[in-house]
Design a protein around this ligand. Structure first.
Ligand code: ZN
Length: 89
């Protein structure tokens, strides 16, 4: 029997094949939710769906798109925000 903390579905179950050929069950933490646009809450592409610890080892350019509001707004909302700010000025 596994440790009590692993009996819930808080952890995801991953079958891992060991070098000896045995298949064993590993318990891993679940992936966080996909990043969403702050304005229209559509799913953002180009933002990795990994835990914060894994983000530490990634390059800044791999974490969000290289444009203004990259990783915060989707491309169409970004365009709208910039056009609005120019029109106000
Ligand atoms: Zn949007």
């Amino acid at each position: 029997m596994v440790a009590p903390r692993y009996r819930s579905r808080t952890f995801r179950r991953v079958f891992v094949k060991t070098p000896g050929g045995q298949v064993v069950l590993h318990y891993k933490k679940r992936k966080p939710a996909q990043a969403q646009c702050a304005k229209c809450s559509s799913l953002l592409s180009g933002v990795p769906r990994v835990r914060a610890r894994e983000l530490q080892h990634m390059a800044k350019t791999a974490k969000r798109p290289q444009r203004p509001f990259g990783g915060q707004l989707c491309s169409s909302c970004m365009r709208q925000v910039i056009v609005d700010s120019v029109r106000k000025a």
